[in-house]
Ligand binder design. Sequence first.
Ligand code: PGA
Length: 231
Amino acid sequence: MKKIIIANWKMNPSTEGEAVKLAKAEDEKNVVIVPPFPFLKSVKNVLRNASLGAQDVFYEKEGAYTGEVSPVMLEKLGVAYVIVGHSERRRLGEDDAMIAKKVRAAMDTGLKVILCVGEPLNVRRKGKRAVDVFIKKQLSYIKNKKNLIIAYEPVWAIGTGKNADPDDAARVAEVIRKKLPVPVLYGGSTNSRNAKSFLEKKEIAGLLVGGASIDPREFGKMVTIARHIRS
Ligand code: PGA
């Protein structure tokens, strides 16, 4: 199976023009571009090779939910993937029960779900067993593996310049796959210098890239590295 690279732009860039330019520069096969909601449609219009993803979704189809976006709305826009349970959303108050509802609603609509899991620093400091227990608990809420991808993103590695040890990331990917046999990505401060060390692990199906994904040159190098990995 080909390695997959997800470009999670987070709340960047500021304008539609910049978003379209960035999307054109990153439009490669086995790539998923995940722009902010307001740019989904214009990004979709310029993509020829990459797939389109959204950064979040709500669990109801319609109704009085100010500020929310439903899975049906995303699907109608041509969105194929949705990130659910990113640690930056968990930090704002999303818990495992809410995330499980979002996962189910997105799957029911036919969207592919990229579910983010990963331990905070205080759990990592307790050692590998504590990490495994923490992640298994996050996964225990998920009942269906159809159209599911999991991103293992240690919270302490996101946007910090710190990486998981690739061997340990591969080990955690296996722990995840024993519980839910689905593709597992790694995310957390990946860039063109460290991408190979994660991508060459057979347990790791690809990368969820944040910061480096808004730099088209850096991102392009990562896509090239992914393409040259034999799996
Ligand atoms: P990062 O973000 O690559 O900037 O650490 C990863 C993510 O949040 O998915």
